[in-house]
Design a protein around this ligand. Sequence first.
Ligand SMILES: NC(=O)c1ccc[n+]([C@@H]2O[C@H](COP(=O)([O-])OP(=O)(O)OC[C@H]3O[C@@H](n4cnc5c(N)ncnc54)[C@H](O)[C@@H]3O)[C@@H](O)[C@H]2O)c1
Length: 258
Amino acid sequence: MSRFEGRSVLVTGATGGFGRRLAERLAADGARLVLSDIDPKALDDLAERLPGGAATLAGDVAREDLSEALVELAVKRFGQLDIAINNAGIAQSFVKLPQVPSDEARRIIEIDLLGVFYAMKHQIPVMEKQFRTTGAGGTIVNIASVAGLAGAARLSVYAAAKHGVVGLTRSAASEYATRGIRVNAVCPSFARTQMVGDFVRLAGGNEKDAHTELTRGVPMKRVAEVDEVVEVILFAADPKNSFMTGHTLSVDGGIMAI
Ligand SMILES: NC(=O)c1ccc[n+]([C@@H]2O[C@H](COP(=O)([O-])OP(=O)(O)OC[C@H]3O[C@@H](n4cnc5c(N)ncnc54)[C@H](O)[C@@H]3O)[C@@H](O)[C@H]2O)c1
């Protein structure tokens, strides 16, 4: 049996770079998917293309009622929620801290940090209930960033939000370690998704300069390919990976090694 066969898996930010590939890999592996994204059209298109389809609900992760509704959808459609991958996120303008518009800072915190808090707040109780009734709890994988493990020049608010995601991950992991719920964070450096395109655009559109900036300090001197990151997210989500919790897995071409 393949590792995600029959598992009920929720993915947010499902139509983006990592999310789309995660959905494809999980569907190919026999998972039963609940997918969400803020873009309803892209979400419908994705679900139509997946073998076996998917339950979908579009919305903004900064709204707590979306998180609640997604968990309800998973339980209604598949009877349970085995794995949640909290992946939706946005970039910030590539500027020093005083130049970050305060409205933008609030939006980043609402989506990148509170979005993960709302998600876990509603995912954990249902997983704990499953643990009480069947002995099988669940697994949560939060997509943070290397900017959640160390400071990131010109990404201060994004880094603050991602440090917050790491804090939520470690705290919840310790709270639920004996309740059948594993919680881990994956911390990529720049990977070749729309988000890198957004950083380039927000930096003024000079792709060559932005690329030099993005790979400065990366021992491998390149950005990651989507599959290189997705592989690690699936590793963290794998039910067989049963003793790893509260961990932050950097996927960063060696950044955190130096
Ligand atoms: N690509 C990178 O270089 C990189 C590096 C480190 C961490 N990350 C993190 O990985 C995750 C996925 O990023 P990606 O690179 O696939 O980006 P992406 O921009 O390709 O995808 C993000 C997805 O989230 C969705 N989204 C945006 N705002 C939303 C909201 N308010 N509510 C619901 N959905 C929303 C978008 O529509 C998009 O489909 C993010 O949390 C990001 O911070 C990305």
